[in-house]
Design a protein. Structure first.
Length: 256
């Protein structure tokens, strides 16, 4: 099976002379974690939601063009449209990246293949959440969240897209997610004072998947596939206390 046969179309992308603001709105409209950037129709770079969050943290002007902002990620990992599916999976795992840009013979991007896409085509081993989860993940106590800026700083400093929020007894109360955070950055019109005026409660995603340790991994895969906005599942014990977290990458790396 060739990768060109299964990638989602049409491709969502930005040109180098579009503004960071435009790229952000486009990413949020289509709920993409990464956005290929083209120059004269050819793949030039890629921007991720974390790149944009870091730019906001560093007070970079979102009216700047993408090329002038210099926030784009390099190198850009890509494969050609005639690449075999199995090779793509191996590349994702080897490079520890969330997605690959697919280009044609003229280096024009035609799609993006992500970890979530890969999960749709894999036969999952007979494993439980406890077998593959990251134990004792970094979390943030709700009482320590004093403002939206606290959340922004935590995401930037840890470099994690998903950080569970827990009560004092370690019971799960929600999660901080980079894409939801970026939504509020856009709603603030990219102004830190406006951003910090939002309620800290509004930035914590309360309804987010949690499963028990004995949940089958194949059932967790179904959660990822059925929910485009979900890229992590929190693992809890019988008392609803956080014991682990699973991402799409965990499944690819540990279940093949």
């Amino acid at each position: 099976m060739l990768i060109s046969q299964i990638i989602s179309k049409p491709l969502v992308y930005s040109e180098v002379h579009e503004s960071l603001k435009s790229a952000t709105y486009k990413m949020l409209k289509f709920w993409k974690r990464r956005l290929p950037i083209t120059k004269r129709g050819k793949l030039f770079a890629i921007i991720t939601s974390m790149d944009l969050i870091n730019a906001f943290y560093l007070n970079i002007d979102f009216e700047l063009t993408i090329i002038d902002s210099k926030i784009y990620s390099e190198p850009v990992y890509f494969v050609y449209e005639d690449e075999k599916f199995d090779n793509i999976i191996e590349t994702l795992i080897k490079l520890k990246i969330g997605g690959l840009v697919i280009v044609d013979k003229n280096h024009k991007p035609i799609g993006v293949f992500t970890e979530k896409d890969a999960l749709k085509f894999l036969e999952i081993k007979d494993l439980t959440a406890k077998d593959i989860m990251t134990h004792k993940p970094i979390s943030l106590k709700e009482t320590n969240i004093t403002s939206p800026i606290t959340i922004l700083n935590t995401i930037v400093k840890t470099k994690f897209r998903n950080i569970p929020v827990v009560k004092e007894n370690n019971e799960v109360s929600g999660i901080i997610n980079s894409e939801f955070l970026l939504t509020f950055i856009a709603l603030s019109n990219f102004d830190k004072n406006t951003f910090n005026s939002f309620s800290k409660e509004s930035l914590i995603v309360r309804s987010y998947p949690c499963v028990k340790e004995n949940t089958q991994v194949r059932d967790i895969v179904k959660i990822f596939i059925s929910n485009e906005k979900c890229d992590a599942v929190m693992i809890v014990n019988e008392e609803n206390k956080l014991v682990g977290i699973i991402t799409e990458r965990d499944i690819l790396q540990k279940c093949l």
